[in-house]
Design a protein around this ligand. Structure first.
Ligand code: HEC
Length: 169
């Protein structure tokens, strides 16, 4: 019984401590300051594990069609370059104010599989500024190329892989 009271008292103290921390305003949430090393490690590790686990279920569509490559190039310039930058182009003002910063996708493409890239593009990453592009499938832009959300979203992949100039690139 003593042990049970001890555990309950510890839990109560932890919850109270967490509430006091949340209401105190001590933690700096501004985008202009960096995360501390432990918080950065925790967020990054959680994000990678979550993404890798969910990407296992993704079936990547055929990305070789020229039509897809060109469509992806246009969309990359219109929707991604402002935050991620493009060859010879820095991210725009929006991208430069992000924390965490949007990574160089040429670099990301070296360590991410097609399935991981597709999953991240479709679902986004919560609380980082990376949007979920899944809703694109409802726009005319995507309907023009394909009814399939898979080919629509994954069309961005060849652009990242080849850095080839697109219609607007
Ligand atoms: C409003 C800004 C913004 C836009 C627009 C944006 N992204 Fe991102 N993206 C981010 C940020 C910030 C991250 C980093 C998240 C993190 O560090 O956890 C990110 C991360 C990613 C990653 C993961 C990279 C890695 O190395 O793990 C991929 C893939 C990605 N974005 C693809 C895209 C694509 C494709 C587009 C365009 C369709 C796009 N993003 C548009 C902000 C953006």
């Amino acid at each position: 019984m003593k042990l049970l009271y001890g555990i309950l008292a510890t839990l109560f103290a932890l919850v109270l401590g967490a509430l006091a921390f949340a209401y105190s305003g001590i933690y700096d949430v501004s985008a202009s300051s960096a995360h501390s090393a432990p918080v950065r490690w925790l967020l990054h590790t959680t994000y990678h594990a979550s993404m890798a686990r969910r990407a296992e279920a993704v079936t990547v569509p055929d990305l070789t069609a020229e039509r897809l490559r060109l469509a992806g190039a246009g969309d990359f310039d219109a929707m991604c370059a402002i935050c991620h930058g493009a060859p010879g182009r820095e991210p725009g003002a929006l991208g430069q104010g992000l924390n965490p910063a949007a990574p160089d996708l040429a670099e990301s493409a070296r360590h991410l599989t097609d399935a991981e890239l597709f999953w991240e593009t479709k679902h986004g990453i919560r609380m980082t500024g990376m949007p979920a592009w899944a809703r694109l499938t409802t726009t005319r832009r995507c309907g023009r190329w394909s009814r399939s959300s898979a080919s629509c979203l994954a069309s961005i992949r060849p652009r990242i892989r080849t850095w080839s100039p697109g219609p607007r690139g």
